[in-house]
Design a protein. Sequence first.
Length: 434
Amino acid sequence: RGLGHIRLRFDDNLFDSVGQTSCMNGPKVENGNLLCPSIGRVRHIGPLFDASNDPLGGLPITANAIIAGPTGGFGWLLNLDAGSPKSLQIDQIEVDSSTTLMLAIPYPQGVSFSISAHAPWCSPISAHSCTELFTAADSIAHVRYSQGNKYYYDTDTKLLYIRVIMFPGDNLNSQTAMWHLWDFDDLNNKPWDNRQHALDRYSFSGVLLPKYSNGNYIKITADCDGPGLYCANTPPYIELDVCPSDYIQVAFDKCCASSGSTNCHDFTTPPTMAPTTPPTFGSTSNLFYNPGFEDSSLAPWYANSGTVQLDATQKHSGTQSALCKDRTAVWMGVEQNMDGDGRFEANATYRVSCWAKLRNAGSATLEMTLKTVDDEGAHWKGISTTINNNSWTHLEGDLTVDAIGALSEVYLYINGPGSGVEYWVDDVSAILVP
């Protein structure tokens, strides 16, 4: 559990009226009329907060649309009286990465979305970018456990979900700091900026609170029919069943057998940057477990020979990477078994990638090798590139799991440099190619 804070902007004229003709200091009612009237509602997701328990539909949203409340639950549901906004800007974001702020908004079916995060104190050049484009996920769980750059539209409930995270106000993607789930231990790597950490914060007597970065924002653009600023035919909200059978919702983030029961099913615990047990895989999912080596152990990765260990001294993103060392042959490296859980299947093609950096050599060849075993025996294929010890290098390519007869084993390992050469690996990915 934690606390979160955001501000919403969806109507420039309405927003600019704050402090001028609406939502001013002083009296809030004049001649029986509210001077800062409600234009929508926000509430926690789940039947505990439905119309039977809260006929008003949650807390009011006004032209001064600032929201603060508990995080770590099933999410905040936003409903605007005028309908689903065609353009929604979310700024003044304050939320600790150790908790989760999910935001859900109803939209008509068939709407296409463009969602992005923007850093204000940034000029795009070849070495870095100032914008992070969100990509579609295939479940609410994948958004919850994401790095804060995924969205999901639920066709059953007609809800759009995003995870709202804090991010720096300058470069979002560069050779030294790719987009990731930032936390308060992330250091500022900008030599011209004397701040120690990437995220702003208040700290006093051991208490640390997030502090938003001025100008940062997330932008949701919905391509939908309708006059003006809102989509036509905004669907009514369909209450999401957040609890498993035989449980009822007893809090914004918990389901129990009954009110006051200690038999509870709490599955909204804060995610790690790369959870050990991810949700069910879908067509757009990264098929590796622990792809960023952010878990407390290396598993389910392992050394096919030599030594592989977690290392916090070098990382492409997050807090650590995998260091491959004590190698006496080019095939030695870090490996993962890919034939479990229906991840790699026969005759399917996967786009695989990783980032790597040398530790004790100037340059070397790095490979991602696919090993399969079928009725004809073992087969190997791979992709390769040249890496160096100055910067992280990206390797990406497509690999097809060819099989003759039954496919019995599938492994993917990252290898290539010669005997004695050590290297770091991070941010490994494998996505099914349609």
